[in-house]
Design a protein around this ligand. Structure first.
Ligand SMILES: [Zn+2]
Length: 106
């Protein structure tokens, strides 16, 4: 962990809600933190091997390469540690772990 913020290791979000009209994903955390994450930015923060080069850590998918009208087609919990998002552009290999989502919520 190279961040100055400690990695979040608290409980999972209480609520995760799609807000298609606002084009955001609402994430509500047990400690009261609530964030409406813009979908384009959320899509740009995908950490999967197709979006980030595993060797160099370089981001392959950039913000301006993302459909500005992107939506979430499906949400699925993976175990108790991550959220899997199926995007309207067909991308579905990214997992958003709680620490990653938490970072994006702050
Ligand atoms: Zn990805």
């Amino acid at each position: 962990m190279s961040n100055f913020n400690a990695e979040y290791d608290g409980p999972p979000p209480l609520r995760i809600e799609r807000q298609p009209t606002e084009q955001t994903l609402l994430v509500a955390w047990p400690d009261g933190l609530e964030a409406a994450l813009p979908l384009v930015e959320l899509r740009a923060q995908c950490m999967c091997a197709r979006c980030v080069d595993e060797l160099t850590g370089e981001r392959i998918v950039e913000l301006d390469g993302i459909d500005p009208a992107i939506q979430i087609d499906a949400l699925k919990l993976v175990g108790n540690y991550a959220l899997k998002i199926t995007w309207s552009d067909g991308h579905d290999t990214g997992l958003y772990t709680w620490p990653h989502l938490r970072r994006l919520s702050q």
